[in-house]
Design a protein around this ligand. Structure first.
Ligand code: C5P
Length: 300
């Protein structure tokens, strides 16, 4: 008995970050979007909770823990405890989302695991309980469950879906070296810049989403962690410039980085921008459409 669940990478179309809270987290006003880059998680009944990991292409997963510290395994055990379940499973992650890339790959694995374990043991967990357990695992895990395009508040864990009928095309430039999310937030604190957090009037981003026009959306993209990430990794500035030179509508750092994102006009334009970035020496460049679904069963 096996269940395979697919979960997508996330990006932030807006990432407004406020001053650090007493609990060490930062308040966020964000708009998430799930993009067509996925990890698959397969849960198979077994004697004990164990983890397996396979990776695609040149993806470096050497920093992913394979023991109980792994967020997918923590998700499985949290759900089992919630139900008092005395059975176990092997959780196999088939990884395509870059590790420590600012794309919430670990959160995708956790969300996919929650759904896979729920289905495997026919637990019938309510959406509300899944979202609550997801929030205990990490700030981005609730969004990985719902996918699509969504607003995020709190430390990112409070999500509600937004209407987004557009088809948006992104070129994604991965980086050989990951960037630690806590390190980027610490640098953000050190720089003392809190952008527009809590001071937005009106919401032009939601208006731009409704137009389906990439040029309108491109004008509204923003990420308060950009200066902090560039301070730690000045080389990313060149990547962002290369994408603009290659003709992208807009350039954006993904979450805490180092992945860089380039909004394009359509699928054909994305292929042209992808080629332009490859010609400028970037090796790990792909194109992805968005928004896509949250964690969903693909094989049962
Ligand atoms: O919630 P998650 O485990 O993904 O957060 C990882 C780290 O990122 C936190 O320990 C914290 O340092 C930082 N973080 C933050 N504010 C947030 C989300 C994450 O400071 N809203």
């Amino acid at each position: 008995m096996s269940v395979t669940v697919r979960a997508a990478a996330k990006i932030n179309l807006r990432l407004d970050v406020g001053p650090v809270r007493a609990d060490g987290f930062h308040p966020l006003d964000t708009v998430y979007q799930a993009i067509g880059l996925y990890d698959d998680v397969t849960a198979t009944k077994a004697e004990a909770w164990t983890l397996e990991l396979t990776t695609h292409d040149r993806l470096d997963a050497s920093d992913v823990p394979l023991d109980e510290r792994n967020i997918a395994l923590r998700a499985a055990v949290a759900l089992a405890r919630h139900h008092g379940l005395d059975e176990a499973a092997t959780v196999r992650i088939d990884k395509s989302i870059p590790v420590a890339g600012g794309l919430a790959g670990g959160s995708a694995d956790a969300a996919a695991t929650l759904v896979a374990v729920d289905r495997l043991f026919d637990l019938g967990t309510s959406d509300e309980d899944l979202l609550t357990i997801a929030a205990t695992l990490g700030s981005d895990v609730p969004f990985a469950l719902i996918g699509g395009t969504a607003a995020g508040g709190g430390r990112g864990e409070l999500v509600h879906p937004l209407v987004d009928h557009g088809t948006w095309w992104w070129v994604v430039v991965e980086n050989d070296r990951g960037l630690s999310t806590p390190a980027v937030y610490a640098e953000f604190d050190r720089l003392g810049a809190h952008g527009r957090f809590g001071r937005r009037e009106g919401d032009d981003l939601l208006g731009a989403l409704a137009t389906g026009d990439p040029r309108r959306l491109g004008e509204q993209l923003s990420n308060d962690l950009t200066d902090a990430a560039l301070s730690l990794r000045p080389d990313l500035r060149r990547t962002l410039d290369d994408g603009r030179e290659a003709g992208a509508v807009s350039a954006l750092l993904s979450g805490s980085g180092p992945t860089c994102l380039f909004l394009c006009e359509d699928g054909g334009h994305a292929q042209a921008v992808r080629l332009g970035l490859t010609e400028r020496g970037h090796a790990r460049v792909s194109a992805a459409a968005a928004p896509v679904a949250g964690a969903h069963v693909v094989t049962y």
